[in-house]
Design a protein around this ligand. Structure first.
Ligand code: ADP
Length: 637
C-alpha cells in the first residue's frame, strides 16, 4: 500500500483521537479547547494531504491542495493564539494576551488576507504529478505563506522562550513548555523542509509534515496530561482546597440540602459524595441535637457568623461524633441568603483527653485527700507525743531539782564533817585516820563533781541552766581557777604557768560558769599529763574576742577523735581500757557554757605530745544568754 496513504490515514485518526482526548481532559479550559481545534485542523490537513496526492482529477487535487495550505495558514495562526492563552503566569504578569483580543483578531484577520492573497493572486493554479502523487505547483507567492508561517511559529516560540526564562515559573511549567517547544520545533522544521521550501524548487519530498504533526500532537497531549495544571479555574482551586481540608466542611443550600462536602467529611461520616450531596442536613445530625441545629441556624441568620458551637453529627453507622463547629451564611451579591457553610472539627479525641485529664485530676485529688488525712493523723500523733514529752520534761526537771537538793545537801554535810575531822576540830586523829579521811574527801569531791556535771548537762539540754552575767576581770577568773586546781597539780608534781596579758578588757560573763570551764580543762590537762610536767594557761585578746588556752604535754588525742570528745559521755578510752576517772561529761558541759556566751571551743592535739584546748569569749557581751541558749542546738557537735 502507498506509504503516504497509510501515514495520512494514521495521522488523521491519531490526531482526532488525541484532540478528543485532550478536549475531554478538561473541556472548560481554553488551552484544551484550542488544542482540540488544532488537532481537528491537523486531521483535516492529513486528509487534505492524502486527497491531494490521490485525487482522480487535477481539479480535485487543486481543491485539496488549497485546503491543505489554508489549514497551514490558519493553523499557524492558531498556534500563535495557543501560545498566548497558555502562559498562565503571563496573565498575572506584564503581557495579558488573553484580554488583548485585538491582537488575536488582528492575527486571524491577517491570516484571511494571507490566504486570500495566496488563493486569488498567486498562481497556484496548477498541479503536477510526482513520485508521491499530485502536488501543487507553487511560485514566488509562496514566500508570503512561508513568511506567515515563520512569523506565527516564531511568535509562539518567542512567547514560550520568554516564559521559559521567567524567574517565577515552576519546574512543572518549565517541563511542559520544553516539551511543547520541542513539538513546535519539529513541526516547524518538517513543514518548512517538506511542504513549503522544496516545492519552491520544484522538488517533491516525502511529506514528513504529517509525521511531525502527529508527533507534535502526541507531545502536547502528553505534556498537558502529565502537567495538567495549565490554568486552574477558581472552581477547581476551591474543590482542591475543600478536598485537602482536615476539618470537615459541609455546604448546604437555603433548604438545608447538602450541596458540597469535603473528603474529610465523607471519611468521617462514612458516606460517598453522591449519597450525601442532595440529602438533608438533618441526616447527618444526631436526632437529639436537631433542636440545637434549628437554634444555630436562627442565630446564624441573625449574625451571619458563629464560632465554637458544639453539636453532634451522626455517621452512616449511627455513631455520634462530637464536633466543634464554625458556621457562616452564604449570600449572593444582593445580600439574599443562598445557603450555609459549616466547618467542623472532630472533638472525639479532645473529649477523650479531657476525660482522661478529669480522671487524673480526680485521682490526684483523692491522693491529696489521703495524704492530708495521713498528715492530720501524724500531726495528732506528734501533738500527743509533744504533750507526753512536755510531761516528761516536767517530770525530769522536778526530778533534777529534787535530786540536786537531795544528793548535794547530804554531800555538803559529809564534806563539812570530813573537813572538820581533818582540821581536828572534833578531836585529834591519828596519821592513818587522816590519810583515810583524805581519801574519803577526794572521792566525795569526785562524787560531788559528777553530780554537778549530770545536773549541768541536764540543765543545758533542757535549756534551764541559769546564767548570771556580771562584769569580771579575766585575771581573777584565771587565778582562782588555777588556785582551785593547784593541790591536784601538786599531787602529780605538775607546774601550772598562768599567763594573763595586761589590758584585756573586762568581760560580762557568768564568772562561775567560765571558771567551771577553765577548771574542767585544767583538770583534764592534769589528768592526762605525766608527773612532773608543765601546764600553760594563757589568755590574750584576739580581735573582738578574748582567747583562753590550756596547754598540756600529755598523751594527746587521736585526730579522728578530736571532734567527738565534745559529745556527751564520750571518752577516748572506752570500756576496759579506761584508766582515768570521769564520765565524759566535762567537755560537753564546757562547750554548752561557751556557746551560750557566744564563744567557741576547739582543740589542737598531737598524739603523745600534748593538747591545747582553746575557747573564745566575745568582748561585746552577748544579749540574752539563756534565750540564745535555748534556741541553739548546742548538743549537735
Ligand atoms: P572526762 O570527765 O571523762 O574527762 P571530758 O568530757 O572532760 O570527760 O573529756 C572527754 C575525753 O576527752 C576524756 O575522756 C579524754 O579521753 C579526752 N581528753 C580530754 N581532755 C584531754 C587532754 N587534755 N588530753 C588528752 N585527752 C583528753
Amino acid at each position: 500500500m502507498d506509504p503516504v496513504a497509510v501515514l495520512s490515514l494514521f495521522s488523521a485518526i491519531t490526531n482526532i483521537i488525541i484532540g478528543i482526548y485532550v478536549f475531554l481532559l478538561n473541556p472548560k479550559k481554553i488551552t484544551n479547547r484550542l488544542f482540540a481545534i488544532l488537532a481537528v485542523l491537523i486531521t483535516v490537513f492529513c486528509i487534505a494531504e492524502y486527497s491531494t496526492r490521490h485525487s482522480e482529477s487535477a481539479e480535485m487535487a487543486l481543491f485539496w491542495g488549497r485546503l491543505g495550505y489554508g489549514i497551514l495558514v490558519f493553523g499557524s495562526c492558531l498556534v500563535a493564539h495557543f501560545s498566548t492563552v497558555f502562559p498562565r503566569k503571563y496573565q498575572n504578569g506584564k503581557i495579558n494576551f488573553k484580554s488583548n483580543n485585538y491582537l488575536l483578531i488582528s492575527l486571524y484577520f491577517v491570516s484571511i488576507i494571507v490566504y486570500s492573497y495566496f488563493i486569488v493572486f498567486s498562481s497556484i493554479q496548477d498541479v503536477k504529478t510526482s513520485e508521491w502523487g499530485y502536488r501543487l505547483v507553487l511560485n514566488d507567492s509562496t514566500n508570503l505563506l512561508i513568511f506567515w508561517f515563520l512569523f506565527c511559529g516564531l511568535f509562539a516560540m518567542g512567547v514560550f522562550f520568554h516564559m521559559y526564562h521567567k524567574s517565577n515559573i515552576t519546574t512543572n511549567e518549565k517541563e511542559q513548555i520544553r516539551l511543547i517547544g520541542i513539538g513546535f520545533l519539529l513541526v516547524f522544521i518538517f513543514t518548512l523542509g517538506t511542504n513549503l521550501v522544496p516545492p519552491l524548487f520544484g522538488i517533491s519530498v516525502f511529506p514528513m509534515t504529517l509525521v511531525s504533526l502527529t508527533l507534535f500532537s502526541f507531545i502536547v497531549a502528553y505534556s498537558m496530561k502529565k502537567y495538567s495544571f495549565m490554568k486552574l479555574t477558581t472552581a477547581e482551586t476551591a474543590d482542591a482546597v475543600v478536598d485537602t481540608m482536615v476539618d470537615s466542611l459541609i455546604v448546604v443550600d437555603q433548604n438545608e440540602n447538602i450541596v458540597n462536602v469535603s473528603k474529610s467529611t465523607l471519611n468521617l461520616l462514612g458516606y460517598n459524595k453522591e449519597r450525601l450531596t442532595g440529602s438533608s442536613l438533618k441526616q447527618v445530625i444526631k436526632p437529639s441535637d436537631l433542636e440545637k441545629k434549628e437554634d444555630i441556624l436562627k442565630r446564624l441568620l441573625a449574625n451571619d457568623k458563629l464560632e465554637d458551637i458544639e453539636i453532634e453529627l451522626i455517621t452512616k453507622e449511627g455513631k455520634s461524633i462530637p464536633m466543634n463547629v464554625s458556621a457562616s451564611t452564604i449570600r449572593n451579591k444582593h445580600g439574599m441568603l443562598e445557603g450555609f457553610v459549616f466547618v467542623a472539627r472532630d472533638l472525639t479525641e479532645a473529649k477523650i483527653f479531657i476525660h482522661q485529664l478529669e480522671e487524673a485530676k480526680t485521682k490526684l485529688e483523692d491522693r491529696v485527700q489521703e495524704r492530708t488525712a495521713e498528715l492530720e493523723k501524724s500531726k495528732q500523733r506528734i501533738e500527743l507525743q509533744n504533750i507526753k514529752l512536755k510531761k516528761l520534761d516536767e517530770l525530769r526537771s522536778n526530778f533534777l531539782n529534787i535530786t540536786s537538793h537531795e544528793l548535794r545537801t547530804p554531800m555538803a554535810s559529809i564534806k563539812g564533817y570530813i573537813q572538820m575531822l581533818l582540821k581536828q576540830i572534833l578531836g585529834d586523829i591519828t596519821e592513818e585516820q587522816r590519810r583515810g579521811l583524805e581519801v574519803v574527801l577526794r572521792n566525795t569531791n569526785r562524787l560531788d563533781g559528777l553530780i554537778q556535771d549530770i545536773l549541768d548537762i541536764s540543765r543545758l539540754e533542757s535549756g534551764t541552766m541559769k546564767f548570771v552575767p556580771e562584769k569580771t576581770g579575766i585575771g581573777k577568773i584565771v587565778t582562782e581557777s588555777v588556785e582551785t586546781m593547784q593541790s591536784a597539780a601538786d599531787l602529780k608534781n605538775i607546774r601550772i604557768n598562768a599567763d594573763v596579758k595586761d589590758r584585756i578588757p573586762e568581760l560580762v560573763v557568768d564568772q562561775e560558769r567560765v571558771k567551771q570551764v577553765l577548771i574542767n580543762l585544767i583538770d583534764n590537762a592534769i589528768k592526762f599529763s605525766p608527773d612532773g610536767s608543765v601546764i600553760n594557761v594563757r589568755t590574750k585578746r584576739q580581735g573582738d574576742d578574748v582567747l583562753f588556752e590550756v596547754q598540756d604535754f600529755g598523751r594527746g588525742i587521736p585526730k579522728n577523735k578530736q571532734k567527738r570528745i565534745f559529745e556527751t559521755f564520750y571518752q577516748v578510752d572506752s570500756g576496759m581500757d579506761r584508766k582515768f576517772g570521769g564520765a565524759g561529761l566535762g567537755l560537753s558541759v564546757s562547750r554548752g557554757i561557751i556557746l551560750a556566751h557566744g564563744g567557741e571551743i576547739r582543740v589542737r592535739s598531737t598524739l603523745n605530745k600534748g593538747s591545747t584546748f582553746v575557747f573564745t569569749l566575745p568582748i561585746e557581751p552577748v544579749q540574752d544568754i539563756e534565750g540564745r541558749f535555748k534556741e541553739a542546738d548546742i548538743f549537735r557537735v
